[in-house]
Design a protein around this ligand. Structure first.
Ligand code: EPU
Length: 417
């Protein structure tokens, strides 16, 4: 099993390029299924979750080829409608294939995704929405067997919570459905806009993406297109966190500051100076960090749950006490226990974490408990006195392209062993 070994007490400086967004690339890869001609996704990150999505596409009969930063998907021979359990388990977000396979083939069978490291991950909203669109769904032996007895029909669907995955699945199913679909209380994340823009470039008719109601006018068929995956806003926030925790100065390239509108003010409150220009963000975090007022994770445009662990790692090194409230996932504070092993002073009660600032982290043997929690440990390791060894880094590889190579480019000392 691979581990990351980090020599701490480092400063970083220089320029870092942010790779394409995992949480956009995955639904985009699923969306290629809807088009009858090939699609090319540029800026498609090399991540284990992306490789897993490509394995699903290949299993379904698509030709999926990587050329440098681009992935080409040819769906001409798409025939299978079943995703086997073993492929579903590789990646929880494989549920987003459901809407796309149904839209293209009218039938889909996949295993129930089950829980994950963030706690139970129910898919009740996905199922209810698809049923409203005329899909018959039988749940048996751990599999979801979905078919369309009459037609896939557009309808108005109101979500009880703006779930990202549910919004994506409805959009995918609605593109080739009969009539207009409305998604009320839709997720507004930038990745939703990216998916709509891709589908529209393929010939779909989607309006209102980025707002609370999305309208999808069903069309008879769509083709493929060439598309640039948006930059990963969570990776960008992670690099900003790396600068903050090491009191360093860096410049990020290939980022959209607008997608980080709720994140940048939190780092500014910590004392970082941040400037953005064109596709760059400059971060000066040379001053000691301050604690912040309560951070509450919320659906976009609120503070993202995916940045919670990153912010927590930085706040461990801030003067004073900060409070973090996790509102999106039930079990997303597992990294706190690992940060405590490195000297952090964090108390967790239910969905609230109280972080008291410490002078320094100390290197320790820790375990990545999930993707963003793992990244938080990397940041803590960069600033710690001594050496930190992180195990279970498969979680980190799901969302960060060779995190050690990128951070080493700006002065970190991280080895993969
Ligand atoms: N939920 C339900 N029922 C459903 C669907 C969701 O109860 O049918 C609950 C979830 O259990 C969770 C909340 O609603 O408590 C939010 O879930 P959502 O559907 O919005 O999240 P997701 O689509 O499963 C995506 C990202 C996550 C990110 C969340 C929230 C992808 C592939 N994943 O997950 O990313 O945290 O949105 O923004 O897009 C990560 O990258 O580390 C990651 C976990």
């Amino acid at each position: 099993m691979q581990r990351l070994v980090i020599d701490g007490n480092t400063k970083i400086s220089g320029e870092l390029k942010v790779h394409g967004a995992k949480n956009s690339a995955l639904p985009l890869l699923a969306a290629t299924i809807l088009g009858k001609t090939p699609s090319v996704l540029h800026n498609c990150p090399r991540l284990s979750d992306v490789f897993a999505a490509c394995r699903i596409l290949s299993y379904l009969g698509c030709k999926c080829v990587r050329e440098n930063d681009s992935v080409i998907v040819d769906t001409a021979n798409l025939t299978h409608f079943e995703v086997p359990d073993q492929l579903m388990r590789e990646m929880r977000s494989s549920i987003v294939f459901l809407g796309a396979i149904l839209g293209r083939l009218g039938r889909c069978r996949l295993s129930f995704p089950g829980g994950c490291e963030l706690g139970p991950r129910p898919i009740d909203m996905h199922i209810s929405a698809l049923r409203q669109m005329g899909v018959s769904i039988k749940e048996e032996y751990g599999y979801l067997d979905c078919s369309i007895p009459k037609e896939l029909k557009g309808t108005a669907i109101s979500l009880s919570f703006p779930s990202v995955g549910t919004t994506e699945n409805i959009m995918l199913a609605a593109v080739l459905a009969n009539g207009e679909t409305q998604i009320r209380n839709a997720a507004r994340e930038p990745e939703i806009i990216d998916l709509a823009n891709f589908l529209n470039a393929c010939g779909a008719k989607i309006y209102g993406q980025g707002e609370s109601t999305i309208y999808i006018e069903g069309v008879k068929e769509i083709g493929g297109c060439e598309y640039n995956v948006m930059p990963d806003r969570i990776v960008a926030a992670t690099y900003i966190g790396a600068a903050a925790i090491t009191n360093s100065e860096i410049c990020l390239k290939n980022v959209k500051a607008k997608d980080l509108e709720s994140v940048l003010p939190v780092f500014e409150e910590m004392g970082c100076s941040i400037y953005s220009y064109s596709d760059k963000i400059y971060v000066n975090a040379l001053r000691p960090l301050n604690c912040v007022k309560t951070i509450r994770t919320m659906p976009y445009p609120g503070f993202p749950t995916d940045v919670q662990a990153i912010a927590m790692a930085a706040l461990c090194k801030a003067r004073g006490t900060s409070v973090i409230v996790e509102n999106i996932f039930e079990n997303r504070f597992k990294h706190a226990g690992e940060l405590v092993r490195m000297g952090a002073n964090i108390k967790v009660e239910g969905k609230v974490a109280i972080v008291e600032g410490i002078q320094k982290f100390y290197g320790a043997q820790v375990e990545a408990t999930d993707l963003r929690g793992g990244a938080a440990l990397v940041l803590a390791g960069l600033s710690a006195e001594g050496q930190t060894t992180i195990s279970n880094i498969k979680h980190i590889d799901r969302g960060y392209e060779r995190i050690e190579d990128n951070l080493n480019l700006v002065g970190a000392k991280i080895k993969r062993v």
